[in-house]
Ligand binder design. Structure first.
Ligand code: ZN
Length: 162
């Protein structure tokens, strides 16, 4: 297999078992100057569906993206980004700080419980979204419930145990 620079291209997608929460990358930065500062950025792979088996519909992943992006910021000021994967099997969450899977599990499941209770998709209009007609709140809630139905232990394990 050809090797690539992207971390997730090194992941064997046939060996994972979704749903799961996995550390995709963690980078330590040092800034030299008058005041030396150090900071860490952590990237997590939040997989909702089994790669190459099941995919989130575009309206579902789009609504989940809006709901996660808005609600997760209620619980953390360290969120840099929540983005859907192009393969439509999950999301990347990028945080400032040396987060653990355990901490992201708490943050994500708390956020998903808000998603389940949502009455509307935030910013679902022509001004604040690039494709506002492509949304499905009920399907997004169903995916949130499905993710939450898995145990903490299951979600923290991503390698298939055969
Ligand atoms: Zn949008």
């Amino acid at each position: 297999m050809k090797t690539y620079k992207v971390e997730s291209f090194q992941l064997d997608h046939t060996q994972v078992e979704a749903p799961y929460i996995r550390v995709a990358d963690q980078k330590h930065f040092v800034q030299e100057g008058e005041v030396r500062s150090e900071f860490v950025v952590s990237k997590f792979d939040i997989r909702f569906t089994q790669p190459n088996v099941e995919f989130l519909a575009t309206a579902t992943i789009h609504s989940l993206e809006h709901l996660l992006a808005e609600n997760i910021r209620t619980y953390s000021d360290h969120v840099i980004d929540v983005s859907p994967m192009g393969c439509r099997t999950g999301f990347y969450v990028i945080l400032q700080g040396a987060y653990t899977v355990e901490e992201v599990y708490e943050l994500l499941t708390t956020t998903l419980r808000d998603v389940v209770e949502a009455k509307e998709v935030p910013a679902c209009n022509e001004v604040q979204c690039g494709n506002y007609r492509d949304h499905d709140l009920e399907a997004a809630k169903k995916e949130a419930i499905r993710f939450l139905s898995h145990s903490k232990e299951f979600l923290q394990t991503f390698i298939r145990i055969t």
